[in-house]
Write a protein that binds this ligand. Structure first.
Ligand SMILES: [Zn+2]
Length: 204
């Protein structure tokens, strides 16, 4: 099995040799270890044997019962649909260091989580720039670039492309205009609005 690489924990299960069962005395496993099938998003979630580490229940924000062990879990990312591992070490970090609630679940691979974070930051920067009354050409370019990336990543609809066209009109000689036009043309049309903007631009 080939897993997506995780920047901290790698791309292979971390075998510890520890393999407690849920019926063993004093062992409480997180419900995602055997009830994962109840969650539509994690129907494919799988506990990897012999990867357990001991938990520190006192550090957890416990819901129903404290968890005594974490296992590496194999999952399929809901964004890129590739197999990744939700590592036991990562669960410990989430639930004991960051104090995430025990029902916080990892449904995206590390790469998709990081690109989500990047997009959230970009979105914040976009809102900051949009709120300014006067923008220099440089800031206007930054705003337009942010808008383009947010459209490319599906955060914004293609309707936002009108504002990009306005930038092209204002700064036709900007060095990035050609490549931005090409990127805009490469965005697949959305249902119902058929990329008419893009075609319109190509005629101009
Ligand atoms: Zn992913």
């Amino acid at each position: 099995m080939k897993y997506k690489d995780h920047p901290r924990f790698g791309y292979e299960p971390r075998v510890t040799g520890l393999n407690p069962g849920k019926n063993d005395a004093g062992v409480y496993l997180h419900w995602h270890n055997d009830r994962a099938k109840d969650y539509p998003w994690s129907r494919t979630s799988k506990t990897i044997p012999n990867t357990a580490i001991s938990a520190n229940p006192k550090a957890q924000v416990t819901a129903l019962f404290p968890v005594t062990h974490y296992f590496d879990l194999e999952r399929i990312c809901i964004d890129c649909e590739q197999h990744f591992l939700f590592f036991a070490m990562e669960q410990m970090y989430w639930y004991e260091q960051l104090h995430f609630p025990m029902d916080a679940e990892c449904v995206r691979c590390a790469e998709c989580r990081s690109s989500m974070r990047t997009l959230q930051q970009l979105r914040l920067r976009y809102e900051e720039l949009v709120g300014l009354e006067v923008l220099s050409e440089q800031l206007e370019h930054e705003l337009t670039e942010a808008r383009l990336v947010l459209i490319e990543q599906g955060v914004f609809s293609l309707k936002q492309a009108d504002a990009i066209g306005a930038f092209f009109n204002r700064f036709p000689d900007h060095e990035q205009v050609q490549s931005m036009r090409a990127r805009l043309r490469a965005i697949p049309p959305e249902d119902g609005q058929g990329g008419s903007f893009v075609k319109g631009r190509r005629r101009s």
